[in-house]
Ligand binder design. Structure first.
Ligand code: 6PG
Length: 244
């Protein structure tokens, strides 16, 4: 499967997203004995994480064979409300029997941004092995077309060898640690989860770029050898050509 899937009701979208993750997990465990999953940050995925922590998903999911890491982290303490790992722990990871050693958060305390990116890279390289191919990368979309913490015009967008980068984001006046395109695009399956009218314009520009528009970061995310799925609600898809 793959492609662009649009849903009217939020619970239909959430169920479809949960089915996608469960299918990816079961297939990975069947084929390779484990599931490596790059989690998205921001607010949108919270509904998906809550769904996976509930029945019937929680009981059917191969948590003991699941390994998670993050596609990005804000440069805030782990107990900060804006911390991506905090949200995922609260909505999912603390509610399911995933082994603690299978959870690889990005460090944001007692370390400099560059060193944190290097540590994240070491951990993910050790996890993925030489193939470096995450089974599933879950991503969101910002209103400016950013994804993970690859913001328009920022340095990390140009990274072609490292898997993680410390990225200074001027518009936020903040550091972010982010997976880079080499890591994201190595995925067997990339799934974007996008909801809400505010994302509609960026989504159209990403999916149907006009010649005049700047190439948005999310447009640069496409698996080298894998599936790409867009899971959308009606509002986010509202500016797409009806053929989509
Ligand atoms: C982050 C995310 C980021 C997010 C988009 C959308 O750390 O913020 O990685 O890329 O997916 O900003 O965020 P919302 O889901 O909150 O709209």
């Amino acid at each position: 499967m793959g492609g662009i899937r649009t849903f009217d009701a939020p619970d239909e979208l959430t169920a479809a997203a949960a089915d996608l993750v469960l299918d990816a997990a079961r297939g990975a465990v069947r084929d390779r004995g484990r599931f490596t999953w790059c989690l998205a940050g921001g607010n949108t995925p919270a509904m998906l994480y809550r769904k996976l922590a509930s029945e019937p998903y929680a009981a059917r999911f191969p948590w003991d064979r699941t390994h998670v890491f993050w596609g990005d982290e804000r440069w805030v303490p782990s107990d900060d409300p804006d911390n991506n790992a905090k949200m995922a722990r609260e909505e999912l990871l603390s509610r399911v029997p995933i082994p603690q050693e299978n959870i690889r958060p990005i460090a944001t305390a007692g370390i400099e941004p560059e060193a944190s990116a290097a540590a994240a890279e070491r951990a993910v390289r050790a996890l993925l092995g030489p193939g470096l191919r995450p089974d599933l990368v879950l991503l969101g979309l910002g209103e400016d077309g950013h994804t993970a913490s690859l913001f328009p015009g920022t340095t990390a967008l140009g990274e072609r060898t490292a898997l993680f980068a410390a990225n200074r984001v001027p518009i936020l006046d903040a550091w972010r640690i982010t997976a880079t395109l080499p890591l994201l695009n190595a995925a067997r399956h990339i799934a974007f989860l996008v909801t809400g009218t505010p994302k509609a314009r960026a989504l159209r520009q990403v999916l149907f770029p006009g010649a005049e528009t700047m190439v948005l970061p999310a447009s640069m995310v496409r698996p080298t050898d894998g599936k790409l799925t867009w899971l959308l609600d009606r509002e986010a898809a509202s500016l797409l050509p009806h053929t989509a």
